[in-house]
Design a protein around this ligand. Structure first.
Ligand SMILES: [Zn+2]
Length: 439
């Protein structure tokens, strides 16, 4: 079902969202008989699975997934076949050993996996010791403001505090992506970078390009951009990264392993080598990417205004305020305006969750039970997830989906031919069963 989120919300067809909810009720009858379902803000799902022991004993846990997806094509394929997909993107076709469709990896698989696990457990007579919430937002792909944020606010208002939250964010990464180890690694996100846009605008004199003044708006803007790019945020190894390096160091062979095992002494070397790849670099600093350049609309007209957006991903330790301050200081030009655009919801990073908490232990144990012998490590999620909206109701937010990601299926997330191996999907269900069993 095309539960597609569009930035232009007028294009969203909410009847698909209602149909999806109807489908869930039909597909998981025991869940809907035994759990209490509330719809928050019309389309967000909030299930409550009452625990058997006194509620004071253990705080509830919350399993989170979003059921909206990005478009399957541009313009979106009309429910049917799209020329670029091998099977129609909203058919859920089971072919060639795969389940095909938008959301097969991001992130309907989680929700369906959680509900299927609950359905199987209920049918086997299971009931959880503590209360479990299962929540699903419907606008994660466009920021989560109407979905996850509203649900989290509702919980807060009811005075409900959660022991931990488990959302998407990291997965099992295969060695063709994570090359330091020979086998797959299950990364558990324990922190998340923040996000903000900064708009820089330079004013100039309008006029004909045949008689240009010495300083143009475009020139001033270019100078500001060069200054920003010349001054990257300083590299920092944050506590989450220290835990990550400590976890993988014993497994890494050769000189790299030696350096990682003595990361205190070799910190400068680690920073230097991390800076070489964009992915690793993003783990050790706040990043700034210049996007959306705008100037004159015609080749012979001087722009009255020239502007650019800097998309910034904030490492814990920096804040939206400190970032704005720094960019202003670096540009240091009174004729260039530096501001946070109105359209954008800036968000601070989510600080590290407790590695020693019961929640982390339960997740780690469930991974090991489902995928025997797999290596696990904590890490920082570089993109944003719905879970950030829950930081007022839980100190421990973890981000992990039990699917295997390699170079080739990574491209299908938000791309064409998104699909999951049937056997991998069964593992997703197993993982959530193993997890819920421990709650
Ligand atoms: Zn997602």
């Amino acid at each position: 079902m095309p539960t597609v989120s569009y930035i232009n919300t007028e294009s969203i067809d909410y009847s698909n969202f209602s149909d999806f909810i109807k489908y869930l009720k039909k597909a998981f009858p025991l869940v809907h008989k035994n759990l209490k379902l509330e719809l928050i803000n019309n389309y967000s799902l909030l299930y409550r699975w009452e625990g058997s022991t006194a509620s004071s004993d253990k705080k509830p846990a919350l399993l989170l997934a979003h059921y909206d997806v990005v478009p399957a094509d541009t313009p979106i394929a009309e429910h049917g076949a799209s020329p670029s997909w091998d099977y129609p993107p909203f058919s859920g076709a089971v072919e060639e050993g795969y389940i095909w469709g938008r959301g097969a990896l991001d992130n309907k698989t989680s929700l369906i996996g959680i509900l299927e696990a609950a359905e199987q457990l209920i049918s086997a007579g299971f009931s959880p010791k503590r209360t479990i919430y299962i929540a699903s937002g419907y606008d994660e792909e466009i920021g989560g403001k109407n979905g996850a944020l509203k649900t989290a606010q509702e919980l807060k208002q009811r005075g409900i505090l959660l022991d931990f939250v488990l959302d998407e964010g990291f997965t099992i990464i295969e060695p063709d992506i994570f090359t330091l180890l020979n086998g797959p690694i299950a990364l558990i996100g324990i922190a998340e970078k923040g996000i903000m846009d900064i708009m820089i605008t330079a004013d100039g004199e309008e006029g004909h390009a045949s008689m240009p003044p010495k300083n143009t708006a475009a020139g001033k803007l270019a100078k500001a951009i060069v200054a920003v790019e010349k001054n990257p945020f300083p590299a920092r190894i944050i506590p989450t990264m220290k835990s990550f390096l400590k976890a993988i160091a014993p497994e890494v062979k050769g000189i790299t392993g030696f350096i990682l095992r003595h990361s205190g002494i070799f910190e400068f070397l680690i920073k230097k080598s991390f800076a070489l790849s964009p992915t690793n670099n993003a783990m050790i600093r706040t990043t700034q990417a210049v996007t959306m350049l705008k100037g004159s609309e015609k080749e012979n007209v001087l722009p009255k205004k020239a502007s650019a957006v800097i998309n910034i991903r904030i490492l814990p330790g920096d804040t939206t305020e400190s970032v704005l301050e720094r960019i202003k200081r670096i540009i240091n030009d009174k004729s260039v305006k530096v501001e946070v655009p109105e359209y954008f919801d800036a968000g601070n990073p989510v600080d590290e969750s407790n590695l020693k908490s019961e929640g982390y232990k339960i997740i780690e144990e469930s991974i090991h039970e489902t995928f025997p012998g797999i290596f696990t490590a904590p890490s920082i999620v570089l993109a944003t997830t719905d879970s950030r909206h829950y930081k007022d109701v839980s100190e421990n937010i973890f981000r992990f989906v039990p699917i295997r990601i390699n170079k080739s299926n990574l491209k299908t997330i938000h791309g064409t031919n998104e699909r999951i191996k049937e056997e991998d999907f069964l593992k997703v269900v197993d993982f959530y069963k193993n997890l819920i069993n421990r709650l």
